[in-house]
Design a protein around this ligand. Structure first.
Ligand SMILES: [Zn+2]
Length: 76
């Protein structure tokens, strides 16, 4: 039971509370795991960069894809 609770906590953290970055440009479609020092895609953002939860990145900002650079880094 303890294990199950721990696992649930991890999933919740990962899905709901992961902090991501979005470029507030109409042409930007992705959210980012990393800041501009680590992501080439976000470094190209000319608009305001906002830190938010993954949930609101998708629902509020409409960025529903993970950036390719960040995905590559996260898979390393
Ligand atoms: Zn990125």
């Amino acid at each position: 039971m303890k294990y199950l609770l721990f696992f649930t906590f991890l999933v919740f953290e990962g899905v709901q509370e992961r902090r991501v970055y979005v470029c507030e440009s109409a042409t930007a479609y992705a959210y980012h795991y990393y800041k501009i020092d680590k992501c080439e895609g976000l470094a190209k953002c000319k608009s305001k960069i906002t830190e938010t939860s993954l949930d609101s990145a998708v629902r509020v900002f409409g960025k529903d894809k993970l950036c390719g650079f960040c995905k590559y880094k996260a898979d390393e």
